[in-house]
Design a protein around this ligand. Structure first.
Ligand SMILES: [Zn+2]
Length: 404
């Protein structure tokens, strides 16, 4: 993987950290490509001011697209990095001198993630104290905090041995939480085919069930208020997020129901899930997956301007095609204790997340009635129907997701 570093900092701890990540990436065989100065994506100091929306030309110096960008940002003025390719994973690096008083790093890191158009924020909190006696109490929030686009949050504490070997182990732990995310592959391209039979233009019993399920999610208070991105992003940057991640309003969760042996209805991306009515806009018929083009195929009515399907369509596609007895799937940002969970918090919409969830569904005693944890993220639940799923989970889902 090619990677680069953009931005700079006067903060010595952040400087030390970014340098250590860079050296670790190189030691692991990734290739550092110097920031060409073209700007890669930075376009001045006005991240929130709209510009002409023309993409910058691809750098001639880089044959392979960048896999990873380490964007060092000032939390007061986080400059966005605008990728040229969806495959470029952008991590914004920032520093806090001390843990926030309420301990909530997401509250500080998440707006930075959105404003800098990043896939991930890594926030260095405090500084490593060297050397610390082994008997010292565990760190109280100092270390590096990861904040993901799914509002996941986990920490790699500073190594406390103060030795070069300890430092190398610390950076190795950071690398192990970063590399799988940076190399994961989004499957969010949509192709709209205006061939939906007229009898389905106004939906059917399954789209009605999806409407009811959205209302039940709202009643369970499992539709977190969408992050008000329009308050912190220019229209151009909102457009950028939408094109890259298929994120329309950072609304979470999704609902789907089988239509026939090879197709299913699914909620659209970024819509109000308490009011899923219009076919082609609120609810889409997923009729295929073109693996050669990594594209989800959607059958839509000819007269509507379609919206993109939920980014997790690939995950649902894998489950429906493998398990004919699965009739419905619900994904929520909530948790039920004791469920099996994916080992890595791959981002939403990636084939790696889809495979990890599909693997756990496969291992479940009854794949048609499985409850699977997505680490630092939420739950995916299969069932024979949406009503059956809600009857099974109602009263058991808590909003607090364990972070690790
Ligand atoms: Zn999710």
């Amino acid at each position: 993987m090619n990677f680069t570093v953009v931005g700079s900092t006067d903060n010595p701890v952040l400087h030390w950290f970014v340098d250590g990540v860079r050296k670790t990436l190189e030691r692991e065989g990734h290739v550092f490509v110097p920031d060409s100065g073209r700007a890669n994506g930075h376009d001045g100091d006005s991240p929130s001011v709209g510009h002409a929306g023309r993409p910058e030309p691809e750098s001639p110096a880089t044959a392979e697209p960048l896999g990873l960008v380490l964007n060092v940002v000032d939390p007061e003025r986080p400059r966005p990095y605008r990728r040229h390719a969806q495959a470029t994973f952008v991590v914004s690096f920032m520093a806090l001198d001390a843990p926030p008083e309420d301990g909530n790093v997401i509250r500080i890191g998440y707006p930075i993630l959105v404003r800098s158009l990043a896939n991930l924020v890594i926030c260095v909190v405090g500084r490593p104290v060297q050397p610390t006696p082994a008997s010292a109490p565990a760190s109280s929030g100092t270390g590096v905090h990861f904040v993901t686009i799914e509002q996941g949050h986990y920490e790699v504490p500073f190594d406390t041995t103060g030795t070069p070997a300890g430092e190398q182990q610390f950076f190795q732990r950071v690398y192990q939480r970063l590399e799988p995310l940076a190399t994961s592959t989004l499957i969010i391209n949509n192709e709209f085919i205006p061939d939906l039979p007229e009898a389905l233009w106004n939906g059917d019993a399954q789209t009605e069930a999806i409407f009811r399920a959205g209302q039940r999610l709202a009643a369970m208070d499992l539709l977190p208020t969408p992050f008000p991105i329009q308050e912190v992003l220019s229209p151009r940057d909102q457009h950028h997020l939408k094109m890259l991640f298929g994120i329309g309003g950072l609304s979470y969760g999704n609902i789907s129901a089988r239509h026939d042996v090879s197709s299913f209805w699914m909620s659209a991306s970024g819509v109000d899930k308490s009011n899923l009515r219009i076919v082609g806009q609120d609810i889409l018929l997923v009729k295929g997956f073109d693996s050669a083009r990594s594209t989800i195929l959607l059958s839509v009515p000819p007269h509507v301007e379609p919206r993109r399907v939920s980014v997790d369509a690939i995950e649902h596609w894998m489950i429906y095609t493998e398990h004919p007895q699965v009739g419905a799937i619900v994904h929520v940002h909530g948790w039920i204790d004791g469920v099996p969970s994916t080992p890595m918090n791959y981002p939403c919409g990636t084939v790696q997340l889809a495979r990890a969830v599909a693997e756990l569904v496969r291992q479940a005693p009854d794949p048609a009635h499985a409850i699977i944890g997505l680490r630092n993220h939420g739950l995916t639940i299969t069932g024979s129907s949406l009503d059956e799923i809600f009857d099974r989970i109602e009263g058991r889902v808590r909003r607090q997701i364990p972070m690790s």
